[in-house]
Design a protein around this ligand. Sequence first.
Ligand SMILES: [Zn+2]
Length: 672
Amino acid sequence: MKPPSNDSAKPQSFRLGRRLFLAATGCAPVASLLAADPPRPITQASVPDDPAAPKEQVGTVPSSSPFDEPLTFTRKDLTPRVKPFSLTQVRLLPGPFLSAQEANRALLRRYDTDRLLHTFRINAGLPSSAKPLGGWEKPDVELRGHFIGHYLSGCALMYAATGDQELKSKADYLVAELGKCQDRLGGGYLSAFPLSLFDRLKARQRVWAPFYTYHKILAGMLDAHQLCGNQAALRIAQRMADWVDHWTAALMPEQMQMVLDEEFGGMNEVLYNLAAITSSPRYASVGDRFTKKRFFNPLALRRDQLRGIHTNTHIPQVMGAARRYELTSDMRFHDVADAFWRQVVDTRTYVSGGTSNNEGWLTEPNHLAQELSLRQETNECCCAYNMMKLARALYGWSGDPRIFDYYERNLYNHRLGTIDLTNGHTQYFLTLGAGSWRTFGTEEDSFWCCSGTGVEEFSKLADSIYFHDDNSVYVNLFIPSELDWKERGVRIKQTTGFPAEPRTTLEIITESSLQFALKLRIPSWVTGPAGISINGKASEVSADAGSYLVVHRSWRRGDRVELSLPMGLHVEAMPDDPSLQAFLYGPVVLASRLDTAKLPDSLVVGFQAPDLKKQPSPETSPLRAEHADVRRWSRASKNALDFKIPAAGGRTFVPFHSIGPGERYSIYWKVV
Ligand SMILES: [Zn+2]
C-alpha cells in the first residue's frame, strides 16, 4: 500500500523508474530431442484460461446507479452450495506447504509481544520500555499498529491449523493488554496512533489510511475470538465498532464518501462479520457507511473502470460486498463481487495468478504486455492473498471447480516461493520483468502490508483443500494432508508428490462403512482423461476437465482411491502481444534460471522489488520459435519439474516457486 506522500519509511526500491521490458535468451546448439509431454495450444494470459468458462451475465444488471439509494440491512442468509471445513479439521502432512507453514510458525513465535504492544501502550499513556519496531511499525509512521492486527490473526489461524498453544498464549496476552489500552483511551477507540489522524481524515488533510489499520486490529480481534475462543476479544471488537459508529454517524453521507477516498481496508467486511457473530444489525448498518459508491456503481453495471485505481485499496471492499451478499442475498452486492472477479481474473491477471503493477491497474483490460512494459513492480503479494479469499467466497456460492484453477495457480506460483523457508520472511512485489530476482522483507524493519498478510496466509494453507455439502467431500487441491470430517465420523488422508508426480492417493479411514460422495476436482489443465482406481482396480468413472469426478459408494476402512491427472507443458501468451509468452507445466509456471552469480543480500533483503536499473538483465535476446516449441523440450529428471531445451545452450526451465533468494530469472519471453 502506498503512503500518502514521499514517506521516508518507503525504501528506495519503491521509486524505481519507468523501464522497458527486455525479452531475453541465449541460444546455442545442444543435443537431446527426447519427446516431452503432448503440447497444448497457446492460450491467453488471463486465468482461468478455459474457453468454456461461463461468460454470461449473472444476476441483475440495473440501468441506473444502484448504490445511490440509501442502504437498508435486512438479514436473509444465502444458502451456500458448498461449505469449507474448519481449519481445525485439516492438518498438513510433510511437503512444501507444511515447510512454508512451519517457517511462518517459527517467525510468529519469535516476535516479542511487548515490542508489538509498545506503540499502543505509549499512545494510551501506559508505560513501555520495550525496544520499538522499525519499518512501517516505527513510532513515527502513521500506519503503526497494523501489523499487530495481522499478527493476532496469524496466531489465531496458526492455532486453529496446528493447535500451537504458545501462539494461542501470545494472542491471549495481546488481547488482554490491548484491552487495557482501550480502557485507558476511553470511548472504545483502540489504536497505536492518536485520534488526531482521524481528525485529519475528516478534514481531508494528508494522512496515511487510519481506517486501514483500524480494520486490521478489529479483524485480529474477531479472529482471536472465533479461532481461540477469546471472549474478551469480542467485547473489545464491539467497543471498537461502537466508536466507529459514533465517528461515522457524525458525518454527512457526502462527507463520508470523501473519507472513503483514503484506503480503509475491509472495514465493511469486518463490520458485517461482527454483525453476523453478534446478531446485531446495527454493526452491519455501520458497515454500509463504508460503501464507496463511485467504485461499486460501475461494477454493478458490469463496467470495467479499474484503470488508474489502487488495487489493494479496492479488493477488500469487494470482499465486504461478498460478505454483505451472503448475509442478505442482496443481488446488487453479488453483482459487484462477481463483476469485479471476472474483470480482474479474466483480463488483468498475469501468468503467475497475480494482479496489479506498481500497486494499481495501469492500463485498460487485456493490456498486460503494455502494463508490464511500464513498471517492474508487478503482483503485489497482499493482492494475491485477498483475491484468493474472494475466490474462496465465490466458490462457496457456486461450487464451480474452475475457480480452483485460479486459486491453484496462485498457490503454486504466488504462495510457494514468496516465503523464505530459512526465516519465514516474505515478499512484497512478485516481479515478472526479465532478469528479476526475489526480494524479501526483514524481521525488524519492514512490516509492510504484505508482511502482514504474509503471516496470515502461511498460517492457513490448509483452508481450501477440502470442502463439503451434506453428503459429499470435495477435494480441490492435491496437497499432502489429513481431513477429519468429525460430523460424519470419517477421516481422509491424502498422500501425493504433486506436482512433481501427476497423481494423488486418498485413503478413507472410518470405523464402519459409510455412504458419501467423493468429488475429485479435474483441473482445466489436464492433457487427457483423468484416470481413477479404487483399491487398485481401474474404474470406469470419468469427468471432463474443469469439473468433478464423482465416486459415490459405501466406503470401508482402508479404501484407497488413486487419481491420475495427465499433465503437460503449455504456453500462455500475453493477450495484447502473442509473441510474449510464458511456459507452464500443469498449474506450475516455469522460469528460466539465468546463468548468473547469486546476488548478495545487499540487493535482496529489505527491498520491496528488485532494482533492475542497478543490475540490468544479463540476457536480452528473444527466444527462437523452435526453442519455444514445448514439444521439443525434455524433462531433466523423473522426480523434478526441470526441463531442458535442446539446442538452446542447455537452457533449463524450472518451477518458478523453486527459484530462491538472489537467483535471477525470466518468466515472459519474446518469441521470434
Ligand atoms: Zn501489500
